[in-house]
Design a protein around this ligand. Structure first.
Ligand code: ADP
Ligand code: MG
Length: 534
């Protein structure tokens, strides 16, 4: 397995999170991580990770043990049609027919996972192959797969895009996680600063350029999307995350300049005014040259800029008012306000949950590219701790302490993969987990109401399905395995627990932050801005 010697192997010692972890390695490094699983149920546990990686366009290799070649339909132990099962969840799914072909199959899987639109690949290894032997001279040596070749956009299309941009009255650049994956940060910063254009990151596009960059209009997101007349779309699909690019969230006449390396993506939901097929990093450099030619710059004193700036200021004021409320239990905004003050600039933030992820995204800044991982395109809850373990393992392999890995979890989201605290404790991975605990999904009830409901009869029929056990002691789960657990109710407790955990490099910590179970997102301006991901 020459091809995989440089890859990170993440085996099932990580329980059902292995594949999520391996896919995060792919996103963070640009080379696929590999996930080893046992047959049948082992592989089935990895399907979620493969689906998630494929939807996110992240490279990952899954290698599954499988039934012996002469027992394929015999009812063998954990027998399952694994290659067929993986086809829906991958770009490439294959069972090598002999030992001799394994190196070239692995090379093809690694190549397919990275080239074109990245995604998941599956290799099925029959049980009887594991201890079988082959004469070395029979094996064709395959060298390690180089990084993908870089493609540039058509020159004519670039010129057209530049002229469309220059005529825009209300331009907007949208930075997606494709831009993060393509490592376009340096070219993009130069492009944004030279062109003077406002930009808006998608959830995982956050940090490609810092959230506190003067051109970032994230705090005026709805307004920017609704009124932009020209949008330069860099590595983001016009799917649900961007409201399909359609009214009522977008101007029906908006001109989209779409940049993507996947030709089939062009025109999904909205026909682009200009389609630039190529690697984002390279295409942004091409656009920069086009823009620079005659020294054009979008003015900072335009009506559009002042509209956006006013909206940003108004929104910041509302969030600040909520953040500074001194009630106990705290609300989301208060928690995130203090957390954001204490987190180091270079920390990797992993986040999942409903309100926790949505509100956290607006309050927790990212300053560096690929420093935010979340539920992603597939909206997968349960990825958080696996992602954190992958990031912490990479940090450890890179050097002494590395960057801080901070997992901001809703209580429900934490429940999907909470037992991975054992893995963190087993390897002393100093991850800081913050469980923003509202006793439920979107909302819960307080302990008093819970007790009242219990008096009324059978809780299984009375308690709303979105409620979870009030004030569950997630901190004690962490402590049970040897990590540090903190129960937090007040701002003072929050700040002191977070400060302590950020100085502890010996073990993981978990802050169980009990908040008001009816705390919600701030009032939204538009009626369609009700729930999630907006
Ligand atoms: P987001 O979640 O940020 O909206 P998406 O996952 O929807 O982003 O979109 C990412 C897009 O980026 C995909 O369409 C993918 O094909 C594209 N992409 C990934 N890597 C590159 C690259 N190096 N160059 C150009 N496009 C890329
Ligand atoms: Mg919750």
């Amino acid at each position: 397995m020459e091809e995989l010697t440089g890859a990170q192997l993440i085996a099932e010692s990580l329980k059902t999170q292995a594949c999520y972890a391996a896919s995060a390695v792919g996103y963070l490094t640009g080379r696929p991580g590999a996930c080893l699983v046992v047959s049948g149920p082992g592989l089935i546990h990895a399907l979620g990770g493969m689906a998630n990686a494929n939807m996110n366009c992240w490279p990952v290799i899954v290698i599954g043990g499988s039934s012996d070649r002469n027992q394929e339909t015999a009812g063998a132990f954990q027998e399952f049609p694994q290659v067929e099962a993986c086809r829906l969840f991958s770009k490439f799914s294959v069972r090598p027919s002999s030992l001799e072909v394994i190196p070239s199959v692995v090379e093809k899987a690694v190549r397919a996972s990275m080239y074109g639109r990245p995604g998941a690949c599956y290799i099925d290894i029959a049980g009887d192959m594991v201890n079988a032997k082959v004469d070395r001279s029979q094996i064709r040596v395959v060298s390690c797969c180089p990084d993908p070749p870089v493609s540039l956009a058509d020159h004519g299309a670039v010129a057209e895009a530049v002229s469309v941009l220059k005529t825009a009255k209300r331009p907007l650049v949208i930075i997606g996680k494709g831009a993060a994956y393509s490592r376009a940060e340096t070219a993009l910063r130069e492009f944004v600063e030279t062109s003077g254009l406002p930009f808006l990151p998608t959830p995982m596009g956050k940090g490609v350029l810092p959230d506190d960059h003067p051109h970032c209009v994230a705090a005026a997101r709805s307004r920017a999307l609704l009124q932009a007349d020209v949008i330069l779309l860099l590595g983001a699909r016009l799917n649900w995350i961007l409201h399909f690019g359609l009214p009522p969230r977008f101007d029906p006449n908006v001109k989209i300049i779409q940049v993507d390396l996947c030709a089939e993506e062009m025109g999904n939901n909205v026909r682009p005014a200009v389609a630039l097929l190529g690697d984002i990093n390279a295409v942004v450099t091409q656009l920069l040259q086009g823009i620079c030619k005659d020294g054009w710059k979008y003015g900072s004193g335009t009506e559009w800029w002042s509209l956006l700036r006013n909206k940003i200021a108004a929104n910041a004021k509302i969030s600040k008012t909520l953040a500074l409320q001194s009630t106990v239990p705290m609300n989301y905004y208060t928690v995130f306000h203090h957390v954001s003050q204490l987190l180091p600039h270079d920390c990797i933030i992993i986040s999942e949950g409903a309100n926790t992820m949505d509100i956290g995204r607006t309050m927790l800044n990212n300053y560096l590219p690929r420093h935010r991982l979340d539920a992603g395109t597939f909206g997968t809850m349960g990825v958080g701790l696996g992602f954190a373990i992958a990031a912490a393992t990479l940090e450890r392999s890179n050097g002494e302490k590395g960057r801080r890995i901070v997992c901001v979890e809703g209580d429900s989201a934490f429940g999907f993969s909470g037992m991975e605290v054992e893995t963190m404790c087993r390897y002393n991975l100093p991850v800081v987990i913050i469980v923003v605990n509202n006793n439920g999904i979107y909302s819960g009830v307080d302990p008093e109401t819970w007790r009242e409901m219990a008096k009324m009869g059978d809780l299984t029929s009375i308690a709303p399905p979105v409620t979870l056990l009030p004030e569950a002691r997630y901190d004690e789960v962490m402590a049970a395995f040897g990590g540090k657990g903190y129960l937090v109710r007040t701002v003072e407790e929050l700040r002191s627990a977070l400060e302590l955990s950020l100085t502890d490099w010996q073990r993981p910590s978990l802050l169980n932050v009990l908040i008001d179970p009816s705390s919600d997102r701030k009032q939204q301006e538009f009626p369609w801005l009700t729930r999630s991901n907006l």
